[in-house]
Design a protein around this ligand. Structure first.
Ligand SMILES: CC(=O)[C@@H](O)[C@H](O)COP(=O)(O)O
Ligand SMILES: NCC(=O)COP(=O)(O)O
Length: 247
């Protein structure tokens, strides 16, 4: 079974555009959970362009005992204004899963994963602390990444394969190479003892082929396309459409 974790960043984008409290991120989470998703994902960024620390706190309370909360971000993103820093926030809410992502503070969106050979040493104490807090730790990596055994060696339990290049290739109609890279990366990670998540720019068109190519795919986190599609079809129906693709 592949868990669908719905990323709600874009609900917060819409809310923040008017500076008030609608649409409500927690109400959206409830709809997704009631429709059968297995997780909620958020990626609080230091500039608080979408998900804010209070959203993470509220979603932690809402999801506890129901579905997984996956919090993504750069562990070295420090305090900025009312943003307490990524690690301070996850220490406080202790989500079931933390996905570490090497994004710069003002990056438009995630566009690359860790270089595990170079980054493992400084990731190691962060991973150890998160494990001690009871969080599962996943590391965001590019398809084709090397040194996956380093992720396992420092205690990470999963990788998340960055699927942006696959999604772009799929849209161009020539995704065979990118799909093979994702599949090979997943196979090497599984051989190293890691479970495999995937995410970024996945949608109802490109998800099925990825799911077929990666036996044992543990989780996909999907936000941008899913929230966009929900404008036409409704949030609950859209979540159910994704679940049907993953079934
Ligand atoms: C790690 C990852 O791929 C996602 O978190 C994605 O980048 C969504 O973040 P934004 O919604 O801020 O673009
Ligand atoms: N980890 C990927 C994620 O949470 C959602 O990415 P996207 O679907 O918004 O591109």
């Amino acid at each position: 079974m592949t868990v669908l974790s719905v990323n709600l960043n874009k609900v917060a984008v819409l809310r923040n555009s008017r500076g008030e409290d609608q649409p409500d991120v927690c109400a959206a989470a409830r709809v997704c959970i009631d429709a059968g998703c297995g997780g909620i994902t958020v990626h609080p960024r230091p500039d608080q362009r979408h998900i804010r620390p209070d959203d993470v706190r509220a979603l932690a309370a809402l999801t506890r005992g129901r579905v997984e909360l996956n919090v993504e971000g750069n562990p070295w993103a420090g305090p900025r204004g009312s943003y307490p820093g990524f690690l301070a926030l996850v220490r406080e809410v202790r989500p079931q899963q933390v996905t570490l992502v090497p994004d710069a503070d003002a990056q438009l969106t995630s566009d690359h994963g860790f270089d595990l050979a170079a980054d493992a040493a400084r990731l190691a104490p962060v991973v150890a602390e998160l494990r001690a807090l009871g969080c599962r730790v996943s590391l965001f990596v590019d398809a084709g990444a090397s040194a996956l055994d380093e992720a396992a060696r420092i205690g990470a339990q999963r990788i998340e394969i960055y699927t942006g290049p696959y999604a772009r290739a799929f849209a161009r109609g020539d995704c065979a190479r990118e799909l093979a890279l994702c599949a090979d990366t997943a196979r090497r990670a599984q051989q190293a003892g890691l479970a495999v998540n995937a995410g970024h720019d996945l949608n109802q068109r490109n998800l099925g082929a990825l799911k077929q190519a990666i036996p044992g795919l543990a989780e996909v986190s999907i936000g941008h396309a899913l929230i966009g599609e929900a404008l036409y079809d409704g949030l609950a129906r859209t979540v159910r459409n994704y679940l049907a693709i993953l079934a």
